[in-house]
Write a protein that binds this ligand. Structure first.
Ligand SMILES: [Zn+2]
Ligand SMILES: [Zn+2]
Length: 460
């Protein structure tokens, strides 16, 4: 009876019946306890699951491996990983299902190091286990590790399923690496995943976030069937790239196709006169950062030279354990992602990169660039500020791109913070001097620099 209610998802009735059973003279056995425990895990009923755990201990019941597994699964399912770990340490040998539950429990909480510890101990991993680990990395800001693990899984001979591929696409989107995105797309087509609606929706999103609006649109146009998510993703893509005309155009087309805009997003979209803000929200969803508002505030004060206020905001940030994120820019080259921090000299071609940067600075100065030190946050001497601003990570990434990429190709950079005013001007002028398209994804939107101007029309 209890089993039946659990299987049909009527947990409340099942729990109620179990109480009745305890009050009667019938002793629950391990079977029924396992059943009810896994129901607790699925329903996230930790208090109830713990009560059953206590009941088992109070009644000195024999905890066989079956029951132990059920207890661990219950704790992982309700996110109590420390309790789960205590029990897991007692099991031997570790069985695959339980170990996988541990991996996915940790992954869901973003505790990827803990998940990895267990993952590495599992000798015979199955697809569920690999997928849990890959998704853990994809969702917790380690997209490169997610992709690395995916190729390891491939080498091990396991075939991914749709769930794995969705994680891989999410990792690519996060990373913003277009070449890898193209590779994933090919892989998806070759392995027959391309027909699924959710896969196509994820492809649109991935291409948009990797800077290729054309490819995103290409996927959208080819879809035999589209749902509200397909439309929303495509419209967000236009918005993110500053193409307000197409965003509105597609929004109207969607209504013509009799697809109802879904809830919150589009109520906001309709009300939002400023498309920029809508775009910002889209990318912020991608890289949420709780201290974002404070960093922006402190930058505003710094720009106005209100150093006392900057100090105050900094204090709030320090007190709450928030520190200003370090600026970091990524650029992808031949399937490899290169990362630069500000004033970074760790790259093996650092000498060439700085030499190139000197040249670029000379060239853009000839067409009117002067370092704009207003955006330098710290209270440095004027000369030091000039140096600091010239070494911003995106300028280093650009210089590297200029020496490494073919003349005809555009340069794609992903920056974790908002691009500063000085870099924005710098990129516009560089796109003109070198006659190159430069595409930068910053925290809030995409900037396409071409012939000396930017697609954001200097609103960002
Ligand atoms: Zn900058
Ligand atoms: Zn711009």
């Amino acid at each position: 009876m209890i089993d039946g209610y659990c299987q049909s998802g009527h947990y409340d009735i099942a729990f109620h019946l179990f109480e009745e059973m305890k009050n009667s003279d019938v002793e629950p056995d391990e079977m029924i306890l396992s059943t009810i425990l896994s129901a607790c895990g699925r329903a996230g009923k930790l208090t109830y699951g713990k009560a059953i755990h206590d009941f088992i201990e109070e009644n000195d019941m024999v905890v066989d491996s079956h029951l132990l597994s059920a207890l661990i699964a219950m704790y992982t399912g309700s996110g109590s990983m420390d309790l789960a770990q205590q029990l897991f340490d007692k099991t031997s040998p570790k069985n695959l299902v339980v170990a996988t539950a541990m991996v996915s429990g940790y992954s869901k909480l973003g505790r990827v190091e803990d998940a990895r510890l267990i993952f590495d101990q599992i000798v015979q991993k199955d697809l569920v286990c690999w997928s849990a680990m890959i998704s853990g990395y994809a969702e917790s800001d380690q997209p490169q590790e997610a992709l690395r693990l995916f190729s390891e899984m491939e080498v091990s001979g396991l075939r991914p399923d749709q769930v794995t591929m969705l994680s891989v696409m999410s990792a690519c989107a996060h990373l913003g690496a277009l070449d890898q995105a193209k590779w994933v797309h090919l892989y998806i087509d070759k392995n027959g995943f391309g027909g699924a609606l959710s896969v196509n929706n994820a492809l649109i999103d991935m291409y948009a976030k990797c800077g290729s609006l054309e490819r995103a649109r290409g996927v959208f146009e080819k879809m035999p069937r589209r749902n509200v998510i397909s439309w929303t993703t495509m419209i967000s893509a236009f918005a993110m790239h500053g193409d307000a005309g197409n965003a509105l155009n597609f929004f109207n087309q969607m209504k013509h196709a009799n697809i109802e805009p879904n809830g919150v997003t589009f109520v906001r979209f309709m009300d939002e006169i400023e498309l920029g803000e809508f775009a910002a929200q889209q990318v912020l969803e991608l890289e949420p950062d709780h201290d974002g508002a404070l960093v922006v505030l402190s930058n505003i004060y710094a720009k106005e030279g209100r150093w006392e206020d900057v100090g105050m905001v900094r204090k709030i940030m320090n007190n709450s354990g928030i520190s200003k994120q370090r600026g970091c820019s990524r650029i992808e080259l031949k399937n490899e992602v290169h990362e630069f921090l500000m004033a970074d000299r760790s790259h093996k071609q650092a000498d060439q990169i700085y030499e190139k940067l000197d040249e670029v600075v000379r060239e853009v100065k000839r067409v009117g660039y002067t370092p704009n030190t207003c955006s330098v946050l710290v209270d440095l001497e004027e000369e030091e500020k000039k140096e600091a601003i010239l070494w911003h990570s995106e300028k280093l990434a650009l210089s590297f791109g200029l020496i490494s990429e073919k003349k005809s190709s555009s340069i794609h950079i992903v920056k974790n913070l908002r691009i500063c005013e000085d870099c924005h001007t710098f990129m516009k002028l560089a796109s003109k001097v070198y006659d190159r398209e430069i595409i930068i994804r910053d925290r809030t939107r995409f900037h396409h620099y071409r012939h000396g101007s930017c697609s954001c029309k200097d609103y960002w």
